[in-house]
Design a protein around this ligand. Structure first.
Ligand SMILES: Cc1cc2nc3c(=O)[nH]c(=O)nc-3n(C[C@H](O)[C@H](O)[C@H](O)COP(=O)(O)O)c2cc1C
Length: 410
């Protein structure tokens, strides 16, 4: 693809925004891409080129609303399994909850069987009024890759094409765009992202999102933004860049270095839904860094728990909220016993009593800015794959048994 014709047209010299990373131009041999103001995914227009990454156990209706209240963008539902949806699995169906204000319903599907994926896409469009479907080809969890799913699947180029084509065909009558999200490959010796980009484009996918890590890396090390730039240069469909966006300035830097059409943000917004406010401002050309004091963070925590409780019932909502406590309080002085009690909270009244103990005037811990949060860990010793998986790169017509209730995510 001719880079100059990409929406992010190359500017030969200088940085386009004052908050750009000083190394941006050098990193891409003197090319700095300009900043898109919106993202077009087939029929869906997203007013800020920012996507909330699907995160299993996190990006439910409550969290999507909380983030959407802060900024603009596309907010993707937790991953759901195709077979679970097709067979009417209760847990799967219960995950398909949308907020009344959620006008663009976006869902990530997991699947390894073109038949199930196609039927699931049809159900999402016809019964749930979904406006965007993303397919998960990046999950590194061993119980998923062991069966050839998630990040292992793109190795089978033919099967990948069949799955994508099946979803695109099912969604087309509803004018619903299908995108795929993937990783660089299985490991450094078995890269798949460039073939995946070509296959996505040939299959009619509206975009491809790339997390710049291999399955073997899981969440360790640093995301490879050069690979993202390489993918941008090799396809004509929009590429969404993913990995290690901790601040709005990182998102701008990624766009400038790689020419992506938009960014996908995951761990950076854990315990920080206001990152979407900063991202919206940054893509509108403004510099914003929201630094809430502990009182404002406390209000956000309360709102999050309240939304979870409204969707799931108070007890379950409060239990779901527990996992977010340490992310919200990261870097604040709040003591161990209070954190411990918050992580065991089982009612909104108890939450209120505990939150009242926080010092509302404590300023935001700026040392946390730009620092990784959420999962990191170490690389996998080996990627667990089905027997003989790497021997053949096609896999068309290959039937992989799908689980009805896989909820591991990415
Ligand atoms: C708790 C958690 C759950 C995740 N679940 C999914 C998932 O269901 N589907 C998916 O494609 N990626 C999933 N991911 C991966 C993220 O979408 C994203 O690709 C990854 O975190 C890298 O982006 P980041 O550096 O912005 O976090 C998950 C990540 C985390 C931390």
């Amino acid at each position: 693809m001719d880079r100059a014709h990409h929406e992010g047209q190359a500017q030969e010299e200088g940085l386009s925004r004052d908050f750009a990373h000083p190394g941006a131009a050098a990193d891409n041999a003197g090319v700095t891409f300009s900043i898109p103001t919106r993202l077009q995914l087939g029929s869906v227009r997203v007013d800020t080129p920012v996507v909330l990454a699907p995160m299993a156990g996190i990006t439910n209706a409550a969290y999507r609303r909380l983030c959407a209240e802060q900024g603009a963008g596309l907010y993707v539902c937790e991953m759901i399994t195709s077979r679970g949806l097709v067979e009417g699995d209760a847990v799967t169906r219960s995950m398909l909850v949308f907020d009344e204000l959620e006008t663009v319903r976006s869902v990530q599907l997991y699947g390894t069987d073109p038949g199930y994926v196609g039927k699931a896409a049809e159900i999402l469009c016809a019964e749930y009024g979904v406006a965007h479907i993303d397919l998960n080809f990046g999950c590194p969890v061993p119980k998923v890759t062991r069966k050839g799913g998630g990040g292992a699947l793109p190795w089978k180029r033919g099967l990948l094409a069949e799955i994508l084509e099946s979803a695109v065909r099912a969604a087309a009558p509803y004018d619903v765009p299908v995108t795929m999200k993937t990783r660089k490959g299985i490991d450094a010796d078995h890269l798949t992202f460039l073939d995946a980009g070509r296959i996505a484009q040939e299959s009619g996918a509206a975009a491809i999102a790339l997390h710049g890590r291999t399955v073997e890396q899981a969440y360790s090390g640093e995301a490879d933004w050069d690979a993202i730039g390489e993918l941008v240069a090799s396809v004509d469909i929009p590429v969404l860049g993913n990995g290690d966006i901790w601040e709005a300035a990182d998102a701008i830097r990624m766009v400038e270095q790689t020419g992506v059409a938009g960014v996908v943000v995951g761990r950076g917004c854990l315990g920080r839904p206001w990152l979407f406010r900063d991202l919206a401002a940054a893509f509108a050309g403004e510099t914003a860094k929201t630094l809430p004091n502990l009182g404002e963070v406390r209000d956000m925590m309360r709102r999050h728990a309240e939304l979870l409780a409204a969707n799931m019932g108070e007890e379950r909502g409060c239990k779901e909220f527990r996992k977010h406590v340490s992310w919200y309080l990261k870097g604040f002085r709040a003591g161990g016993p209070l954190r411990h009690s918050l992580a065991l909270v089982d009612s909104l009244a108890a939450l209120d009593r505990l939150l009242a103990e926080l010092d509302p005037d404590e300023p935001f811990p700026v040392t946390e800015l730009g620092a990784p949060r959420g999962r990191q860990g170490s690389p996998r010793k080996r990627v667990v794959l089905p027997e003989g998986w790497l021997d053949d790169t096609d896999g068309a017509g290959f039937a992989i048994r799908e689980e009805a209730s896989e909820t591991s995510g990415g």
